[in-house]
Design a protein around this ligand. Sequence first.
Ligand code: NAD
Ligand code: WQD
Length: 340
Amino acid sequence: MSQNILVTGGTGYIGSHTIIELLNAGYNVICVDNLSNSKIEVLDRIAQLSPSEKLKFYQLDIQDRAALSQVFSENNIDAVIHFAAFKAVGESVLHPLKYYHNNIIGSLVLLEVMQKYQVKKIVFSSSAAVYGEPAATPIREDFPTFATNPYGFSKLVFEQVLDDLRKADDTWCILKLRYFNPVGAHSSGLIGEDPNGIPNNLMPYISQVAVGKCKYLNIFGNDYPTPDGTAIRDYIHVVDLAIGHLLALDYLNKHAKSLLTLNLGTGMGHSVLEVIHAFEEACGKKIPYKFVSKRSGDVAKCYADPTLANQLLSWKTQFSLLQMCCDSWNWQSKNPNGYA
Ligand code: NAD
Ligand code: WQD
């Protein structure tokens, strides 16, 4: 029988791509989202790309214990993939309480309800933000953790909660996935990243320059100790990331009592200028840019050592930087105003 997977934050960017892969792999999906950072239209798009009769949606806030309990009582849930969180680093510095409240309290309520219903398998969306300023690259999972902003700390705190829970009760199966820089979109161009307002992140900003919504890109810093002076990140295609979640579920099904932390990145670093050049190739246009001062909190180099995930999940990324840019452009050019 197909398993029933609860996906929190499932109408968001990574959640929607993961739901498509789950449905196409035969899982039943119960998606919960309060639509605080996503649009209901996503569900129609998912239905065009996967067997939507296997998808149920509940609009709710995971902090709402009664509503969440109702979902568990109506569905025989086997495992949870927990995406729901606020994720804007800059906003977390301005509004730390908002971030700690949503990301910690919401996640605690989820665990308590899971415990009540004896659902003890969870895949948690953590972030490379937990490495703070890494002492070296590539970054391994056993590197020291620290955060430079409340968003990163909210991930670190919840990782600790999961560790302590597993220590107290070894019947929990827990996989913490630390994503690097997710970009790209589904190859159909039907779903993609749809940030509210002016984008904070590089790929959506470049996409909006290419489509004419922003005039030029500000490159934050050109004197980093990197070959071209711009900062280096590990960009990973969102579909590679989504597939990582399916393999994570397989792992939890095969390994009872696991507690594992894995990097999900390609293992390759690309500079801001390299991303711009790949995007220019993808869209056939010039991307105008200006160098401005460094953004506070940015590090020179951040890329993963994904060996553990490669070995334990049999997971390997497939998409090149050029393909990530082609798919971002395909999404942005077909949906210049996102889902609106
Ligand atoms: P997203 O904002 O697109 O998706 C998150 C979804 O969660 C949204 O649909 C939002 O409406 C929902 N949500 C937020 N709080 C909620 C609550 N209390 N109750 C119900 N729904 C709620 O973000 P994303 O890029 O898809 O990220 C998914 C997860 O991955 C997040 O936990 C994020 O911190 C983590 N992550 C993201 C990145 C990235 O760069 N995108 C990198 C590393 C980790
Ligand atoms: C990438 C590079 C910028 C915008 C963030 C979070 C991290 C994780 C992934 C959630 C950097 C440069 C950017 C622009 C630029 N998210 N840049 N001009 O900061 O590596 O990671 O998303 O967990 O926690 O911090 O991603 O896309 O913002 O920046 O020059 O307009 O592009 O300086 O070097 P970042 P990003």
